[in-house]
Design a binder for this molecule. Structure first.
Ligand code: NAD
Length: 296
């Protein structure tokens, strides 16, 4: 078992750190928020007083922070990970951040003699608690091989997506596709309903025809056909529209930088931005059905 620093003990990082402790690792947990540190201690971790104290004497550092600026500060800051961790420590950032920052921090880690991977996750808070996250990893193969046994304590699928930043690229490309397919599914159910088909009938037909997709069969945005879907509990998340909008904005930034045309991704960003503007972005992302129906 390893000694592991865990930085960022929020909705996702809290249960992930708890699963590392449950697996028998010695977890040194740090968050700016004192209550989050106290919860980590209850879950079997030891609290650290700062990033430097957490990272100073560990075999691996795992971080789960809100955005690129927080990751930069935690790794590159004067008392950050690169300045304080001992040589040989493996650095694993699980936050969802922009590809450019992931590559910049990964390169700085490499120059300082550390192996670092970006390992964003798919799956929300319940998957974090259950230890069933999917990790998409960017970084060198031997760093991936070192990280996989640690990530397997927190998830059920661990994929190597290629070089540094590719984990983030896989995550935002996948979520852009999910948003587009969700919006298309909403439009199709709304159109079918307006033309006289009830949701169950349209689901029975389209789920076995060429319109079939995950957004329909696992997460149907029209209430009824998929009982476990958030549409049956007035679109309580789930995966909040605000989180989807964050990922779509990252995807658009990356698409502009890469000169990759994403006209539907751009539209998807705008539709979720409308949910944000009306204060409805706390709904599940399938709640875009309400926008399409004119119910927001
Ligand atoms: P959160 O806001 O609940 O937690 C982030 C934590 O980081 C907070 O507790 C905050 O105090 C802490 N923090 C910020 N700066 C810090 C620093 N310098 N040092 C130590 N701690 C610091 O966010 P979350 O929902 O846990 O999400 C974390 C990441 O996971 C985000 O990048 C998010 O996009 C991604 N993600 C979230 C979900 C989800 O469903 N919540 C799903 C997949 C991916």
């Amino acid at each position: 078992m390893a000694r592991i620093a865990f930085l960022g003990l929020g909705n996702m990082g809290g249960p992930m750190a708890a699963n590392l402790a449950k697996a028998g690792h010695d977890v040194l947990a740090y968050d700016l928020n004192e209550a989050a540190r106290a919860r980590a201690v209850e879950a079997g971790a030891r609290a650290a007083a700062g990033v430097g104290e957490a990272a100073a004497d560990v075999e691996a550092v795992v971080s789960m922070l809100p955005a690129g600026a927080h990751v930069k500060e935690a790794y590159l800051g004067p008392k950050g990970v690169l300045a304080t961790a001992r040589q040989g420590a493996l650095l694993i950032d699980c936050s969802t951040i922009d590809v450019a920052t992931a590559r910049e921090v990964g390169a700085a880690a490499g120059e300082a003699g550390f192996q670092m991977i970006d390992a964003p996750v798919s799956g929300g808070v319940s998957a974090a608690a259950a230890g069933t996250l999917t990790f998409m990893v960017g970084g060198e193969s031997d760093a991936f091989a070192r990280a996989a046994p640690i990530l397997e304590n927190m998830g059920k699928n661990v994929f190597h997506a290629g070089a540094a930043g590719n984990g983030q690229a896989a995550k935002i490309a996948n979520n852009m596709l999910l948003a587009i397919s969700m919006i298309g599914t909403c439009e199709a159910f709304n159109l079918a309903e307006k033309l006289g088909l009830d949701a169950e009938t349209f689901f029975d037909i389209s789920s076995t025809a060429s319109g079939q997709c995950w957004s329909m069969t696992s997460y149907c945005p029209a209430p009824g056909p998929v009982p476990a879907a958030p549409s049956n509990r007035d679109y309580q998340p789930g995966f909040a529209a605000a989180m989807m909008l964050k990922d779509l904005r990252l995807a658009q930034d990356a698409a502009r930088a890469a000169k990759a045309p994403t006209p539907l991704g751009a539209q998807a960003e705008m539709l979720y931005a409308l949910m944000e503007a009306s204060g409805d972005d706390g709904l599940d992302f399938s709640g875009v059905m309400k926008l399409i129906r004119g119910d927001l």
